[in-house]
Ligand binder design. Structure first.
Ligand code: SAH
Length: 239
């Protein structure tokens, strides 16, 4: 007979496989356009692009304020098409290990790196789920990935990523608020299931508690929004 944790583990694997399949197929087609300057997007997608760009810009600003980019190592977990890693490399970051569950997203990121004219070794792109990542980095960043996972799974990811970070952990997620819950229930905020995987909003106190278990406390926060996009960004530091 299965142990009590086995069905849970099975459900988690199934959920992850679903996310991977999505980002290797329809999700890839959708998101590579959203995360680009292509005109081939609808109004909703254009707004998501704008909102997401605010998140990326905020992170780049924080990292630049902190300074010494060439001296630091970065891990970009769930890097997508490289929307953060490519500009970070452009700014002179020392080393960047960027990975994503979806081979298609990683391939597109590599293509963009090549097209950017940056030296190929400036960003190491690889296909990997973030739970399998190992090593130590000055700063670990994970943007807009947790929206695909329920609270407990996201918290586990935060703890794991915290274990890889020497100094700093930066994550973003769609925060649970009663207003968002209402919008979601009437289908206003997140596009329907035909267009995306399930979208989960997460409780911030749970994310903060998970980071604390890994030895991190919040340092800076911002809320980045546009119509159809709502993302809480938190920078954690050790201590
Ligand atoms: N962080 C990027 C991409 C966000 S889109 C950015 O902000 O531009 C979400 C990405 O998370 C997708 O590319 C998806 O393939 C990836 N992803 C989802 N679950 C993941 C997991 N368990 N491990 C690693 N990547 C994951």
């Amino acid at each position: 007979m299965a142990t009590s944790s086995a069905p849970d583990a099975g459900a988690k694997l199934a959920e992850k496989a679903e996310v991977r399949d999505y980002f290797n197929s329809t999700g890839f087609e959708r998101w590579k356009r959203i995360y680009s300057d292509s005109d081939d997007v609808n109004k909703v997608q254009r707004n998501i692009r704008l909102g997401h760009q605010k998140t990326v810009d905020q992170v780049l600003q924080w990292l630049q304020e902190e300074g010494d980019l060439p001296g630091r190592s970065f891990c970009d977990a769930g890097c997508g098409v490289g929307s953060l890693s490519l500009p970070l490399a452009q700014l002179g970051a020392g080393s960047i290990a960027a990975s994503d569950l979806s081979e298609a997203m990683v391939e597109e990121a590599r293509r963009r790196l090549e097209a950017s004219g940056l030296a190929a070794e400036r960003v190491q792109f690889s296909a990997s789920d973030l739970e399998s990542l190992q090593g130590r980095y000055d700063t670990v960043v994970c943007l807009d990935v947790f929206i695909h996972y329920p609270q407990a799974a996201a918290e586990e990811m935060v703890r794991h990523l915290g274990g890889l970070a020497e100094r700093r952990l930066i994550v973003s997620f769609a925060p649970y608020t009663p207003l968002l819950a209402l919008l979601k229930s009437i289908g206003q905020l997140f596009p329907g299931p035909s267009k995306t995987t399930r979208a989960y909003t997460l409780r911030e106190d749970g994310i903060v508690a998970a980071a604390a278990e890994a030895g991190f406390r919040p340092r800076r926060r911002s809320l980045n929004q546009a119509p159809f996009y709502f993302s809480r960004l938190i920078e954690f530091e050790r201590g």
